[in-house]
Design a binder for this molecule. Structure first.
Ligand code: FAD
Length: 364
C-alpha cells in the first residue's frame, strides 16, 4: 500500500483526496489544522469563469476547460454518492461591457470559443435589458453572456468531496497543524502534526497560504502572498428582475451572485498588502466602493438589507503564474498543489486530475 498524505482541506485538498480515493493500492490521509473549507475556500462565492475568461490557449485555458468539463459530471456524481445537496447555478455568467472599444476583443474571443465548441453570446443593451430588467443599461455598450459558465457553493462542495472521499476510505484529521516533516535523502517519509506522526510515501501540499511555511520547513520556500477579498451578503424582499433567469452578473469585476430567494452575494475586492506586510486588513473604503459599484449597475440593490460582510485571503504565487501544481524542487515525492489565487474553486477539479496523473505515473 502506498501512503499518500494531503496537507490542507480547502477545496483543492478535498478535490485531490476525492479524485485519488478510488485508486487501488493507495491509502490516503488528509490533515488540516481547521475544519474543512475554513481558509480561502470559505470566503469564495464559487464563480467558475471559463468560457468568458480572456484566456483562450495555453496552460491556463487547458486547466479551465478541464475543470468546466469535470464540474459537469462531478456535481451530479457527488450528490448521488453522498446524498448531499451542492447548491449551484447553471444559468451562466453575464458580463457588462461599458467600453465599446473593447467589443472587437470580445468578438474575436467569441470566434475562438466557437471553434473550441463553447457558446459565447454578445448581447445588445436592449437584449440585456429584456433578459435582466434589474440592470442599468444606459452606459452599456454590450453584454457578454456565457451560458456554460456557472457558480457553485464552495463550502457545500468541499463537504461533499470530503464525504465522497470518506466513502472510499480516506481518513481525515482536523484540528492540528502540520508542524514538520521527517526526511530521508530526497524523500519526505513522515508528516508530523502537533499530536501525531503520519508515515508517507507521497506528500501533497495543498495548504493554500500555509503552503509557504510548509515548503520553508522542507528548505524549498515557495513565495506566496495574501491578496485580501471582501464581500457582502444582502437580502431583498424578492428576486431581482426575472426570477426564472438569475445568472451571475459581472460589472467592472464586481460580481452579483444569486444565492436563492432574494439573497445575493456581492464580491469581491482585490486588496494587496502594504509593502512587506503579510497580514493585510480589510479596508472599509474598498468595501464601500464595491457596494457602490454594484448599486451603479443594479440600482435596486440600494434597498437591500446587508446581512453580513466577510473577507478572506487568496493565496497568490509571487514570481510565477497561478496555480502552482508541480513537484517540490529537491524532493522525489512531494507535490505542490497550491497558489490558486482568484480561481481555486474553479480550478480545483483540474488540479486534482493533474495531481492524480502525477501520482499514477509515479506508482506505475
Ligand atoms: C473573497 C473571495 C472570493 C473568491 N471568489 C472565488 C470565486 O468566485 N471562484 C474561485 O474559483 N475562487 C475564488 N476565490 C479564490 C479561492 O477561494 C481560492 O483560490 C481557493 O479557496 C484556494 O483553495 P485552497 O484549498 O488552495 O486553500 P484554502 O481554502 O485556504 O485551504 C487551505 C487549507 O490548508 C490548511 N492549512 C494551512 N496550513 C496548514 C498546516 N500547517 N497544517 C495543516 N493545515 C494547514 C488551512 O487550514 C486551510 O483549510 C475567492 C477568494 C476570496 C478571498
Amino acid at each position: 500500500m502506498t501512503e499518500v498524505v494531503v496537507i490542507g482541506c480547502g477545496i483543492v485538498g478535498a478535490a485531490i483526496a476525492y479524485e485519488l480515493s478510488p485508486l487501488p493500492d493507495l491509502t490516503l490521509t488528509v490533515i488540516d489544522q481547521r475544519p474543512p473549507a475554513h481558509g480561502a475556500t470559505g470566503a469564495a462565492l464559487g464563480i467558475l469563469m471559463g468560457v468568458i475568461s480572456q484566456k483562450a490557449k495555453g496552460r491556463n485555458w487547458r486547466l479551465r476547460e478541464a475543470s468546466l468539463r469535470r464540474y459537469a459530471t462531478l456535481i451530479p456524481e457527488l450528490e448521488a454518492a453522498t446524498g448531499l445537496t451542492i447548491p449551484h447555478n447553471r444559468q451562466g455568467v453575464l458580463s457588462l461591457l461599458t467600453e465599446a472599444a473593447d467589443l472587437p476583443r470580445w468578438e474575436s474571443l467569441q470566434a475562438i470559443r466557437q471553434r473550441q465548441g463553447w457558446p459565447l453570446e454578445i448581447w445588445s443593451p436592449e437584449q440585456v435589458q429584456s433578459a435582466c430588467p434589474h440592470l442599468a443599461v444606459d452606459t452599456l455598450a454590450a453584454g457578454i453572456y456565457s451560458p456554460c459558465d456557472r457558480q457553485i457553493a464552495p463550502k457545500a462542495l468541499t463537504h461533499a468531496l470530503v464525504a465522497g472521499a470518506q466513502q472510499h476510505g480516506v481518513r481525515f484529521h482536523f484540528g492540528n497543524p502540520v508542524v514538520g516533516f521527517e526526511c530521508q535523502g530526497d524523500r519526505a517519509v513522515a508528516v508530523k502534526t502537533s499530536v501525531a506522526r503520519h508515515p508517507a510515501d507521497w506528500v501533497v501540499v495543498a495548504a493554500g497560504l500555509g503552503s509557504a511555511g510548509l515548503s520553508q520547513q522542507l528548505q524549498q520556500p515557495l513565495a506566496l502572498g495574501p491578496v485580501l477579498g471582501q464581500g457582502l451578503r444582502v437580502r431583498l424582499p424578492e428576486p431581482l428582475g426575472d426570477r426564472t433567469f438569475q445568472p451571475v452578473v459581472n460589472g467592472n469585476d464586481i460580481h452579483l451572485v444569486p444565492l436563492g430567494a432574494g439573497d445575493y452575494g456581492v464580491a469581491a475586492t482585490v486588496e494587496f498588502p502594504a509593502e512587506g506586510s503579510h497580514h493585510p486588513l480589510p479596508k472599509a473604503e474598498a468595501l464601500r466602493t464595491l457596494w457602490e459599484g454594484a448599486i451603479a449597475y443594479c440600482p435596486a440593490l440600494a434597498k437591500a438589507e446587508i446581512l453580513e460582510t466577510w473577507y478572506g485571503l487568496r493565496p497568490r504565487p509571487q514570481g510565477q503564474a497561478a496555480p502552482v501544481i508541480q513537484p517540490l524542487a529537491g524532493y522525489a515525492n512531494v507535490t505542490l498543489a497550491t497558489g490558486h489565487y482568484r480561481n481555486g474553486v474553479f480550478l480545483a477539479p483540474a488540479t486534482a486530475q493533474q495531481v492524480k496523473a502525477m501520482v499514477t505515473v509515479e506508482l506505475q
